[in-house]
Write a protein that binds this ligand. Structure first.
Ligand code: PMV
Length: 369
């Protein structure tokens, strides 16, 4: 009970303010395309690493979410980064419906207050839906005292946002695409890795911090529906999963990096082949891609890998000892606003103490802090 703030016992039910932390993840082999829109079932499996809750420069890099179910509330209330969100707005309150899903399982009718803050130095385009929805699923399950496994939790987080299923865990995480229509076999699990991979770092190059124009959900749909090139993507990604698992097992960074780069390029090529074309990368991203290709060529092997999600900010995956070489290789590129250096995280979602709560009780009222 240490981390749980018990407010009051209404009948048999306790109102517990739960506070959790979740971190974004960066995919090495990407998820792009759904076989079921409602359940977020993917066309292919994907693999990622969960990022640390702070950058190497000490800036926070995490989602903190507090949540309480209470009879004191007359409606569901959702506050994101200090702004009240209309819970019926599917864009702004992305995935909020998973709370109803869990509430039904728990047969609980109380309204919820959810307060969530992303403490990324830049709040847009940095996989905030992965950490946000993982935190939402985790906190809800904890607040309603449901005894469910991490595997099941990852399927619930997945329904909120596909990539969120991977943020339940720390380390390197595999999200199985699954075959079943109900999605019960489309879950994530952590992969056992040797200490060789413990010093992986993601150098996130911010080239544009404004909100992306095409959401990942809309972009995926356009690609799946219109790109002929996309037809080969699911099999290609599955092949990349097998190869990257082998590279991880053999501690082979050269091959690991090669797969990361080609999978990202392949995903962006399917986007480009869509009608209308979806182009997330910008000229600065292209300069960074070229510089990393040149660096690897000079080194005679891949010492760094670039990868881009649905946005223009390249992530460069590198071992800690090679950060300086990458920084030197990209230092003359104009337009990089900032580089966030974030290590791999051992932990996934976790409970925080009451002192970190974003909700306070004021008499009979609950208020966001
Ligand atoms: O979970 P979503 O809907 O935000 O989709 C994530 C898609 C990519 O970031 C482009 C790839 C991935 O696997 O994370």
């Amino acid at each position: 009970m240490n981390n749980i703030n018990v407010i009051k016992n209404y009948g048999n039910k306790m109102d517990k303010i739960i506070t959790v932390e979740a971190k974004p993840n960066i995919a090495f082999v990407k998820y792009w395309g759904k076989r079921d829109l409602k359940l977020n079932l993917p066309k292919n499996s994907s693999i990622s690493m969960t990022l640390s809750n702070a950058t190497l420069d000490g800036e926070p890099f995490k989602t903190v979410t507090s949540l309480v179910f209470s009879d004191k509330l007359n409606e569901d209330e959702f506050y994101l980064n200090g702004k009240k969100i209309d819970t019926s707005n599917k864009d702004e309150a992305k995935g909020f419906w998973i709370i109803d899903y869990i509430r039904n399982i728990a047969e609980d009718k109380r309204h919820v207050m959810l307060v969530s803050n992303n403490s990324f130095p830049t709040s847009n385009g940095l996989a905030s839906s992965a950490s946000g929805l993982a935190a939402m699923a985790y906190a809800t399950v904890k607040a309603l005292d449901l005894d469910i496994s991490d595997k099941e939790l990852s399927t619930i987080a997945r329904m909120g946002s596909g990539s969120a299923s991977r943020s339940i865990y720390g380390g390197i995480v595999l999200w199985h695409k699954g075959e079943k229509e109900d999605g019960s076999d489309s879950y994530s699990e952590p992969i056992k890795i040797s200490p060789y991979w413990n010093d992986l770092v993601d150098l996130i190059c911010i080239t544009n911090s404004t909100k992306k124009k095409v959401s990942s959900t809309a972009g995926m749909q356009t690609t799946v529906q219109t790109s002929e090139f996309y037809r080969m993507r699911p099999d290609y990604a599955e092949k990349n999963i097998k190869e990257i698992m082998k590279a991880l097992e053999e501690n082979n960074f050269n091959s690991f990096a090669n797969i990361i780069m080609k999978d990202s390029n392949n995903m962006h090529a399917t986007m480009m082949d869509s009608k209308p074309p979806i182009i997330y990368i910008n000229d600065i991203s292209k300069d960074i891609i070229n510089s990393i290709e040149e660096l690897n060529k000079r080194e005679g092997e891949n010492i760094a890998a670039y990868t881009l999600d649905a946005g223009p900010n390249p992530h460069i995956i590198v071992k800690k000892e090679n950060i300086k070489k990458v920084e030197d290789a990209i230092k003359d590129i104009e337009g990089i606003e900032k580089i966030l250096k974030v290590q791999i995280s051992e932990t996934g979602c976790r409970l925080l103490g009451d002192e970190e709560s974003l909700i306070k009780e004021d008499g009979l009222k609950l208020i966001p802090k």
